[in-house]
Design a protein around this ligand. Structure first.
Ligand code: ATP
Ligand code: MG
Length: 359
């Protein structure tokens, strides 16, 4: 039983967000009760609905409220369909990552017993640097990421700093230490020598503080081959922003489906649970989306809260959520993307049932 009450934001977002976020919150609420964790859920406007109600996809009121919370659930956004000027602006998750300096994007890829996958024994975590690299929209030196010196030439610049690499490397090494004590640095130091070369060097320097963790490193292109061939051999992978974005989609698909790939985005003081996939507009509103990625992102948030507050109860709630999902899938309930025929609400009910039965 925990004495703390955790205050968590609920931002449903667009597309399948209003289906998968309530599913994840319902399951988390049941697991939290079972683990003796008290949670205040705080719904906040975001995305297309917020454009309608507040004239902007990320209202100031939402940012201010989030600053006072312990963390939040973020549904996916469909910013490509927003009216201008919102479509061209930085998207909601980019805005929140930048505003709250959520520098570590932690994306596990774990196979589920009973679910079909390219690799059925993968259990790895990608730690992606989230604030710099080649993604112009969130570079520290705003506006310098991409530009056009002439109408026919577009130039992209990447930024790697010692400080941002050091802080994300420490998150990755701490994580490796709590797992199988193996860490792989992914870069392209043979071509992008200064930027990704510095990323590798700083990670190797941080490794000196973690002599119990075994370290290796690969170029990003070679890494895609190793992942497809032997994903089960990897434990924690640390890499820069764009490489991590691409590699985590690959790892998610190899170990199951994009619909099962969770993530959190963390700073030193707060964290945002966010499925790795997008808003899936092609299946929105049909009650067929797989809520697993969002549910497990929530479990990651509870685990993070436990570590952050030195409180065992949220970590116990995380384990209950994970076991509930694994049991439901192993028991034959799965959505279409995993080869089953359960709806979003049927899958959610099955997880709630396994949790309450075990309680
Ligand atoms: P974004 O740029 O927002 O990441 P995207 O172009 O990567 O979007 P997604 O929205 O992730 O695209 O969808 C990719 C495909 O995966 C779509 O066919 C979508 O239906 C499917 N998909 C994504 N998430 C889920 C889910 N939770 N359940 C089932 N299918 C999903
Ligand atoms: Mg995507």
């Amino acid at each position: 039983m925990s004495t703390t009450t955790y205050r968590l934001g609920v931002l449903e977002g667009d597309g399948i967000g209003p289906e998968i976020v309530p599913s994840a919150v319902e399951i988390a609420a049941v697991a939290a009760r079972a683990a003796g964790v008290s949670v205040d859920w705080v719904p906040l406007p975001l995305g297309a609905a917020a454009i309608e109600s507040h004239g902007t996809p990320v209202p100031d009121e939402t940012k201010q409220a989030l600053a006072g919370l312990d963390g939040w659930y973020l549904g996916p956004h469909d910013s490509v369909s927003y009216p201008e000027p919102h479509r061209s602006a930085l998207n909601p998750s980019g805005t929140l990552r930048k505003h709250f300096q959520l520098f570590a994007n932690i994306r596990p890829a774990k196979s589920f017993p009973g679910a079909k996958a390219v690799c059925d024994s993968a259990d790895l975590v990608i730690v992606r640097e989230n604030t710099e690299g080649f993604y112009a929209d969130r570079n520290t030196f705003a506006g310098t990421g991409e530009f056009m010196p002439t109408p026919d030439t577009a130039i992209m610049m990447g930024i790697i700093t010692r400080e941002a690499t050091d802080r994300v490397a420490r998150v990755a090494f701490d994580l490796a230490r709590s797992r199988r004590k193996k860490l792989t640095i992914v870069h392209k130091a043979n071509v992008l020598k200064l930027t990704t070369g510095m990323f590798r060097t700083v990670c190797q320097e941080v490794a000196q503080d973690y002599p119990d963790v075994t370290v290796d490193d690969f170029h990003i292109d070679a890494m895609t081959v190793h992942l497809v061939r032997r994903a089960q051999d990897f434990d924690v992978i640390v890499t820069e922003n764009m490489f991590g974005d691409i590699l985590s989609d690959l790892a998610g698909e190899i170990s199951g489906s994009l619909g099962t790939a969770p993530s959190i985005n963390a700073s030193a003081t707060t964290a945002m649970a966010q499925a790795s996939h997008g808003s899936a507009p092609d299946i929105a509103g049909q009650n067929i989306a797989n809520p697993v990625a969002m549910i497990l992102s929530g479990a990651m948030l509870f685990e993070w809260l436990g570590a952050q507050h030195g409180d065992e109860a949220p970590a116990a709630a995380a384990k209950i959520i994970e076991a509930g999902v694994a049991d439901a899938i192993a028991g034959g309930t799965a959505t279409r993307d995993l080869g089953g025929n359960a709806s979003t609400t049927e899958f959610t009910a099955a997880v709630v049932k396994t949790i309450t039965a075990a309680d």
